[in-house]
Design a protein around this ligand. Sequence first.
Ligand SMILES: NCc1[nH]cc(CCC(=O)O)c1CC(=O)O
Length: 312
Amino acid sequence: MDKIVKVGTRGSKLALWQAYHVADLLKQKGLKSEIVVIETKGDKVLDVSIAKIGSKGVFTEELEEQLAAGKIDIAVHSAKDMQSSLPQGFELIAFTEREKVNDIILSHRSDIDYRDPGKPLVLGTSSTRRVATLKHFYPHIQTVEVRGNLQTRIAKMESGLCDALLLAYAGAHRMGYDSMIRHELSLLEFTPAVGQGSIAIESSEGLDTDIKQEIIAACHHEETGYQLQAERSYLRVLEGGCSIPVFALAKVRGEALALEGGIVSLDGKTRIVKSVSGDKKSAVSLGQQLAKLVLDAGGQGILKEIKTALKK
Ligand SMILES: NCc1[nH]cc(CCC(=O)O)c1CC(=O)O
């Protein structure tokens, strides 16, 4: 095909890595592409926490404007950063094969011990899920909010704001920081955010169907797709953006899908985890079933509490 696929992305190094990764996948199927960098509100507003700006579309709105205007054919995002429901007229057409989903502790120092309550530790993070999960399992750890891209966060850590950072393995690995990874956290404690480790490709619903099919064939990873369907379906019921400490992880084995997920209160006192399983073709329904279990087991109350707290 002669068509050059215009790939829209934010300008951070991680976003660019993801966009070039997608360009590579397209190239492997003989599709040419061109990267178009677009600045978003989330990139400009660095002094307000994402939880307060409102997670809705801060990193996606400008990209969607360009999709709607036909200036780009697809937009590339960290799947984790995508709202559970997209605005009218847009869809996620593909999810790339998932990277290792764990959270990690990264530091310039090699003496980081997060399990020993006798050793004071300050961890930098800006995720409510990670802060609340730390309070639940490791209440002796102090946290400090660190925003900005990975490079900025590392600079802040090195200048003394915190001892170490709590991050996604996927981002740290993609940015080449493997040698600073001190601990890989257990999935039993740090169940990842919905979509962590996968890259989502968004298009306008009006994108030419032939091109769309070629992009899907080049980029979509089927197993990841089922995982994301289930996890995002769970998130959709809980109406959580990235600012709400909900988590879920689906696993696919053959035709079966097992989904585990829950919610943790902001003070870390209550952590609800439930699981469901069934046919992977019922991924969406499994996500909804999990949501019902979690909400009925006390999730509803926690969600209400969190929404009130975030409004303050
Ligand atoms: N919320 C920011 C964000 N969005 C995607 C990644 C990393 C890549 C991924 O998790 O898929 C990160 C950084 C982090 O959470 O450490």
